[in-house]
Design a protein around this ligand. Structure first.
Ligand code: PBG
Length: 341
């Protein structure tokens, strides 16, 4: 048969496949979420197999492992004791709270690892919302929340965070945080804004991990008055443009895998680096299916992260960070190892 073009020629051997490969992963593109807890030891998280909550004393080993395999940073999430949560999220502004102690410890134990400090009130509020709730209306109040977030960002920058990462979706928080940081002398601290964060059902296992679900006493905490409607993409691009104008250094899309179109469109709009967060539910889904023998864990993990990169993300927050870094170390393109038959 004479064909004008046979694309299978690109796929004939591993050498050719690698040569024409368009997207590659590198550990410097990966950030590992890191859950920290009070007390001692480690605790597993039932809905996130292989992910642990570490006490401050146990952080060092994990962080050095990340540093050694080239993973570029950690995003710290504290699991705050219920007794420390209240309506005002007071513990968020305790200059010696769990997250702040964790930041200091990571900087001490693994100085090359970048630290991303999550800025949101949900680990600290008794109701589990990312903002302060007005008792009269029951609504999450934007402006009083933003004031708290700005103070919180300054404290976390002071502890040594390289980037603060507001994940709350309040309006105007990026500019408030930027000016608070600048006024406090932290002009070098960056802002990774969770610019486009959807009200997703895929955060369930994370809420288990940090205890915000228990705080809320509900299976599904409704955050739709501040997180975005999964149906919207134009609004997502507006969110990102606003955060860029307000001074964000990098823009995040979250979740990642279900919103690849949003990542790709944002790539066309901004010149800033784009981060994407492969969230707990995306991770848990792959683990659960692999556990049933229905998916190959390592290959599904690789493919899911590669797809996020292909869509246009420069940085990927993923619970698979260490696994992917190890796979890259073995072979940047494990799929090409499969012999052409
Ligand atoms: C909240 C926050 C959430 C995640 C990170 N920061 C979830 C939420 O809105 O409750 C989710 C991350 C994940 O699911 O892996 N500030």
């Amino acid at each position: 048969m004479k064909l004008p073009r046979r694309l299978r020629r690109f796929r004939a051997t591993a050498s050719i496949r690698e040569m024409v490969q368009e997207t590659r992963l590198h550990p410097s593109q990966l950030i590992a979420p890191l859950f920290v807890k009070e007390g001692s030891g480690q605790a597993s998280i039932a809905s996130m197999p292989g992910v642990k909550r570490f006490s401050i004393g146990e952080l060092g080993a994990f962080c050095r492992r990340m540093e050694n395999c080239g993973v570029r940073g950690v995003a710290i999430f504290p699991c705050v004791a219920p007794s420390k949560k209240d309506a005002a999220a007071s513990e968020a502004l305790n200059p010696n709270n769990l997250a702040i102690r964790a930041i200091r410890k990571v900087k001490l134990d693994a100085p090359r690892l970048l630290v991303f400090a999550d800025i949101a009130l949900d680990p600290y509020t008794a109701h589990g919302h990312d903002g302060l709730v007005n008792p009269a209306t029951g609504e999450v109040d934007n402006d009083s929340t933003v004031e708290k977030l700005a103070e919180m960002a300054v404290l976390h920058a002071g502890a040594g965070a390289d980037f603060v990462a507001p994940s709350d979706m309040m309006d105007g928080r990026v500019s408030a945080i930027r000016s608070a940081l600048d006024n406090a002398g932290f002009t070098g601290t960056g802002i990774l804004s969770y610019a486009i964060k959807y009200a997703s059902s895929y955060y369930g296992p994370f809420r288990d991990a940090v205890g915000s679900k228990q705080a809320a006493g509900k299976m599904y905490l409704d955050k739709r008055s501040y997180q975005m409607n999964p149906a919207n993409v134009r609004e997502a691009l507006l969110e990102a443009a606003l955060d860029e104008d307000e001074g964000a250094d990098m823009l995040m899309v979250k979740p990642a895998g279900l919103y690849l179109d949003v990542i790709a469109k944002l790539r066309g709009q901004t010149r800033l680096p784009i981060a994407a967060y492969q969230v707990s539910g995306e991770y848990a889904q792959i683990c659960a299916a692999a556990n049933m023998g229905w998916l190959d864990h390592d290959r599904a993990a690789w493919e899911s992260v590669l797809a996020i990169r292909r869509a246009g993300a420069d940085l990927i927050l993923t619970y698979f960070a260490q696994k992917i870094a190890a796979q890259i170390e073995r072979d940047n393109t494990p799929t090409t190892k499969i012999k052409a038959v």
